[in-house]
Design a protein around this ligand. Structure first.
Ligand SMILES: [Zn+2]
Length: 111
């Protein structure tokens, strides 16, 4: 990976971190406790519970991704960064751009 690619990657990951933090914040809003039945009616409450569990799944995924991106950002200057953790071949920069949190190449990921 060239220094230029690394700089680009660093910027891209920093943006990703900001975006993830923002979506986590808004998802946290939508996963707040649901008011009791008498406040919103039973059917609406069921819908609210369904919507809430979808939001919770997205929230968990976003939190997990944030941890991974932040970790990747912290390891960007490591000599082994961008090297597949399994086969030790370089991971194509395009793949890292798409999935900064990845630690394996496409071939190993598909195994
Ligand atoms: Zn590999």
């Amino acid at each position: 990976m060239t220094g230029e690619e690394k700089d680009l990657l660093r910027k891209k990951m920093a943006i990703e971190v900001v975006n993830l933090k923002e979506s986590i914040k808004s998802l946290e809003e939508t996963t707040k406790p649901i008011p009791p039945d008498d406040a919103i009616g039973r059917l609406t409450r069921m819908e609210a519970i369904n919507a809430k569990s979808i939001s919770e799944a997205s929230l968990n995924a976003a939190r997990l991704k944030l941890v991974k991106v932040e970790r990747a950002l912290g390891h960007l200057d490591d000599p082994e960064f961008g090297t597949c953790a399994i086969c030790e071949e370089p991971i194509p920069v395009k793949r890292i751009m798409l999935m900064p949190e990845t630690t394996v190449c496409v071939r190993c990921a598909e195994k």
